[in-house]
Ligand binder design. Sequence first.
Ligand code: ZN
Length: 244
Amino acid sequence: MGRARKTISALKQKQLLQEAESQCPFCHDQDVSTFEFHHIDGDPSNNDVSNLIVICSSCHTRITKGILSTMDVETKKKELCRSYRSHRTTGQAAVNVNITSSAFHGDIAQNITKISGVKAPRIAHPSGSIGAALAMKAYIDYLIARYFDYRKADRSYGRSIPFSHAVIHKNIERQFGAKTFFLPESIFPNLVAYLAEHINNTIQGRRNGSGGIQNYHSFEEHCRKYSLQPNKVTPRGGPFEKGF
Ligand SMILES: [Zn+2]
């Protein structure tokens, strides 16, 4: 007891919010402004991510009053970790959270870093869209990441046109008429070709091409590499279907 409370870094706060999908894991309250961080083992100096869980203030009170047991909290934390990891490995976009302020408050309950933020809408991709097809979405994520790596490499050749993820997604929307992951599966080959062309046309891409180096691996290779089934779609009722 009596161990010093330490500030939870903004990065950890963000990670914990993403893990919780910006809702209280107990009552599913989505009012981020009431959210607090609870130290599961009761040690306020242990800011290990595995020891922290984000919850709303009323559920926090339920913990400190013993209405929710440590066991309940530990079980919930395990569930969150598990589903967070599986989203990451399936290439699901993490929920974006903006931490607009973070400051320490007094010592009510197990304190607490107060945060306020903006909840990003949970994206549910309709069936038949690229976003709903796990492997296709993962491969498009891969190609876009690849394109960004190449654009970054181009800077070392003196090319310094600013670029961002928003720009490529805007360009895709302009080209194909819908947002990247809302495009129908039938557009997948065209989208792959479009991104491939962008990668190949970077300075780094052209250098690799003339040197016989492949700029990216194929969809089939990607599926093999990450054990993805090309036709598997996001299971309905999964966390990203809520609110759809
Ligand atoms: Zn709650």
